[in-house]
Design a protein around this ligand. Structure first.
Ligand code: PXL
Length: 270
């Protein structure tokens, strides 16, 4: 199979393999593209929770981004876990230096088990500087609540929060509705010109570890292959849904999804 495109993933490592860099590489690879990485932190975890987080020095994160990109230019960058102000500043500097244009940001804040993956000071700079530098942000409801200072209980509240994010400088937003209590999940795609709602049946399972990482990496891959952002979101949501349905039921806690589900692999989307 010929490789379709090149993606640089800037994110944390999840030793359990379901989220973080591991989920990102599996997704990009499964969808037929070439994955490169800049690791921001190493987490020790299993499906029941995170026991420790070790930061990678900010300088080393910048080196991974800049030196790698200098040789193999990524078509799209996906950003995941950024735990400190120092790390965000370095990443901003590096993506500016390499003149990155297409960037998907998953504003990772809390792991499934409840462990915080970013500190409060870093959230501030994500809000004031990073959001406006990227092409698309993909917050879930708790993340959108923190970024906008609003409470989200309905789809109307989601639209309201997305508009605040637009005012903060976000160009495109995919606000994921999975945390609302309903049988249908409504994810909304918003920019200055349009609001689209993707509706999908909620799948009843506790095994959803890494869905956010997987979704943003799938979006990055489809987008790198020339799909529009909206279409990329639509296709990525379907990919994640199939990965959840075919989950391997591993572990005693929040288990991983099946990145290798073959639904879209053979389809020529480029
Ligand atoms: O799903 C968010 C996430 C992102 N990045 C890393 C993680 C997790 C969740 O556990 O471990 C490294």
């Amino acid at each position: 199979m010929k490789l379709k495109s090149k993606i640089l993933i800037i994110a944390g490592s999840d030793s359990s393999g379901g989220a973080g860099i591991q989920a990102d590489i599996k997704t990009v690879t499964t969808l037929g593209s070439y994955a490169m990485t800049a690791i921001t932190a190493v987490t020790s975890q299993n499906t029941t929770g995170v026991i420790s987080i070790t930061s990678i020095p900010a300088k080393e994160i910048s080196r991974q981004i800049e030196f790698t990109s200098k040789d193999i230019k990524p078509d799209v960058i996906k950003i995941g876990m950024l735990h400190s102000t120092k790390v965000i500043k370095s990443v901003l500097k590096s993506i500016n230096k390499i003149k990155a244009k297409k960037i998907i940001l998953d504003p990772v804040m809390v792991a499934k088990g409840g462990t915080k993956l970013i500190n409060n000071q870093a959230i501030k700079i994500m809000k004031s500087k990073l959001i406006k530098r990227v092409t698309l942000i993909t917050p879930n409801i708790p993340e959108a609540e923190i970024l906008t200072g609003t409470k989200i209980n309905t789809v109307k509240d989601m639209v309201y929060a997305a508009n605040i994010l637009l005012r903060l400088g976000a160009k495109n937003i995919l606000l994921k509705g999975g945390h609302l209590d309903s049988k249908i999940i409504q994810d909304i795609f918003v920019n200055k010109k349009q609001i689209s709602i993707f509706k999908n049946k909620k799948i009843k399972t506790k095994d959803t570890h890494g869905t956010g990482c997987t979704l943003s990496s799938a979006i990055a891959t489809y987008y790198s292959c020339g799909k529009t952002l909206k279409k990329s979101c639509d296709m990525a949501i379907k990919y994640v849904n199939h990965a959840i349905v075919s989950g391997p039921k591993y572990g005693k806690g929040h288990g991983p999804i099946n990145h290798l589900n073959t639904i879209n692999i053979d389809k020529k989307f480029r």
